[in-house]
Design a protein around this ligand. Sequence first.
Ligand code: FES
Length: 152
Amino acid sequence: MTQTLTLNVNGQAQALSVAPDTPLLNVLRNDLALNGPKYGCGLGECGACSVLVNGMAARACVLPISAVVGHEIVTLEGLAHEGRLDPVQQAFIEAQAAQCGYCLNGMIISLRALLNRTPRPTSTQLRAALEYHLCRCGTHLEILEAAERAVD
Ligand code: FES
């Protein structure tokens, strides 16, 4: 049964008429045309769908929208401010970390979440933040370089 729920996405209130158990990822991509978060496994395992919820990384494919009403959701599209990319986004460009790029949404979101709570993380903390993200292209070294650049 559909309900009208209002989500706070990238600083804007979005009223939606949807079933409350609809995964957040479906709403972001299908209803709000926010395609930064990707559909990978749909099981909460690959990290491609990650978004920030109250500044913490969360997997949108397994998060019903009823659970995020009243919380602040930020997608990859919402990281840039006043025409400037987030330093994590900029670092990934400078390190040329993308091959296919499918995993990068999750990598960037998790690093932003880490930096929100730990502004000067160690290399070990950076690696730990990326531990549960899958990259099939194998650009891991460039991704780690981007992570280090994001801290500098
Ligand atoms: Fe959500 Fe894989 S698509 S964790």
